[in-house]
Design a protein around this ligand. Sequence first.
Ligand SMILES: Cc1cc2nc3c(=O)[nH]c(=O)nc-3n(C[C@H](O)[C@H](O)[C@H](O)COP(=O)(O)O)c2cc1C
Length: 227
Amino acid sequence: MPEIDVLDAIHSTRAQRYLKPDPIPEETLWELLDAAVRGPTGGNNQGWGWIVIRDPAIKREIAHVYEDRLKRAYGYERVSDEALGAARITRGGVLEGDTGIDARNRRGVIHLAEHFAEAPVIVAPVLTEAGLAEDTRHAGAGLGASIYGAVQNLMLAARAHGLGSVFTWRLEEGSGFNELLGLPEAARVMCLIPLGELARGSFTQPRRRPLAEVVHWDRWGERRERG
Ligand SMILES: Cc1cc2nc3c(=O)[nH]c(=O)nc-3n(C[C@H](O)[C@H](O)[C@H](O)COP(=O)(O)O)c2cc1C
């Protein structure tokens, strides 16, 4: 079992979109999933399943859907690296800087979309009854609350094992994932997590808006500088 301080892991887990195709040992995958399922669920109902996708044909199908969705969401087309530096793949509203996706990361987003199937493993976290909740008060944020904490556990455990990961989510209706993965009708894939060793980059601290700007004390708007 690798050792890394939990706060060090948190401060060095960021979206890693350049992943090597080298296989991940099965025991490592068990350890990542063992960490994932320690995450919280409402009433501890654990109404989930975790699909570990290694089959190249299934990965290719998923990658195809993913790239198509990303293109539709961001309206990007394949362009040269130079053109990409100047282009925006976002459709308005997303700023560059501490928020939004800067040029380097844009390149990463597109690289991932074009190489999605090359990750040795894609984990698909599934909520088994999410489909039933879509028309109820449990839809929306509440729906994901019973799995995304566990997904973050998975990503932190991956970091501890020296593996990169990235949270991806292009799963609007009609993705065909239920058929592709043999899921029951009421089940939903809640995100897709490609995993692999880093082909580029390193485990550095994610950049965020200044803490004092986003932390409010007792009431909204009451801010302090950190001592
Ligand atoms: C709801 C959600 C959807 C996301 N979808 C994608 C995606 O489809 N593709 C991708 O490359 N990254 C995706 N991300 C990753 C974000 O872009 C990433 O977490 C953010 O840019 C911060 O990256 P950093 O931790 O490296 O700073 C998604 C993250 C969230 C929370």
